[in-house]
Design a protein around this ligand. Structure first.
Ligand code: DAK
Length: 259
């Protein structure tokens, strides 16, 4: 499929989605969001074991939702636009494979929210994160108020959202918004290496672990533990579990089939 704003590459079982709207520092407008949505429909989960999302160029991951498009919206259209972004990001969050954001520069507003919808964030030294929306008269609208507080705690989320002030990569690392910081040239290779480590493991087990981590967070302890127990049991219905354990016992290497 041909895209105007996306570049799709693969590295073995790893797909790399690069958002490419260089004139606006990869800002997310309706067309970009709709292409991301279309791309998500095309992923073959039988062969794709992890997804990396990054931005084109060395300056921006995504500089936010497209301000020139949002400038013209009324209340109803604003809600539609917000829902469109929120739905796409929720789909990313719920993909049955790990998703790594390789944040290669500005991740502001909707860009920070996109990164937060991914399972894991790593960034380049020049990356800057922020939720500057209140300086534009709006609030984070692609689920940023929800996910930022979950990731960095309510106090820090409120500071970032109320001040709108961006933070650098070292501060993002300190508060746990990213897992690691790399030189720009090392960022994508590091993301690929991490994705390959994940891709070598049992895909159904990773999918179930992701479901547990994502869905147990908002449950009470007993419910969360019961939720995990059911999925732990499900692992024993897979060939991967049989093959993984028998390979360990026989001191062999296993190639998981995702069955
Ligand atoms: N939208 C549109 N164009 C953008 C953009 C953006 N978010 N960010 C940058 N650009 C464009 C600039 O207008 C400029 O275009 P030209 O003037 O060349 O035509 C070009 O990209 C290069 O940018 P600059 O010349 O500004 O480059 P600098 O290096 O000087 O500055 C910057 C880089 C990233 C610091 C600066 O561009 C900047 O502050 N950009 C805006 C960042 C920002 O505020 N982002 C948050 C956007 S608000 C909701 C749904 C969603 C959201 C909220 C509510 N609902 C409807 C409920 C989310 C909102 C946001 O994401």
């Amino acid at each position: 499929m041909d895209y105007n704003y996306l570049k799709i590459n693969s590295e073995g079982a790893i797909n790399i989605l690069t958002i490419s709207a260089p004139k606006s520092l990869n800002a997310l407008n309706t067309a970009v969001l709709s292409e991301i949505n279309q791309y998500l429909n095309t992923i073959d989960f039988g062969t794709t074991r992890a997804l990396i999302i990054t931005g084109d160029g060395e300056k921006a991951f995504v500089a936010g939702a497209d301000i020139s498009e949002m400038a013209t919206l009324n209340q109803a259209a604003g809600e539609v636009f917000g829902r469109r972004g929120a739905d796409v990001f929720r789909r990313i969050e719920q993909l049955p494979i790990p998703v790594i954001a390789a944040v290669n520069g500005y991740a502001l507003g909707g860009g920070c929210e996109l990164a937060m919808a991914c399972d894991i964030r790593i960034c380049s030294t020049n990356a800057k994160f922020g939720q500057p929306e209140v300086g534009l008269g709006i609030i984070p609208g692609f689920s940023g108020t929800y996910r930022l507080a979950k990731l960095v705690g309510m106090g820090m989320a409120k500071q970032l959202i109320y001040t709108g002030a961006p933070i650098r990569s070292d501060e993002a690392l300190r508060i746990g918004l990213v897992n690691a910081v790399y030189d720009q040239t090392d960022l994508l290779p590091a993301a690929i290496t991490m994705a390959q480590q994940m891709a070598a493991n049992a895909p159904i087990a990773i999918q179930l672990a992701k479901e547990c981590i994502n869905n147990e967070y908002d449950l009470a302890a007993d419910e969360a533990i019961a939720y995990e127990t059911v999925r732990f049991g499900q692992c024993f219905a897979t060939e991967d579990q049989k093959n993984g354990m028998s390979a360990f016992i026989n001191k062999q290497k296993v190639e998981f089939q995702g069955k």
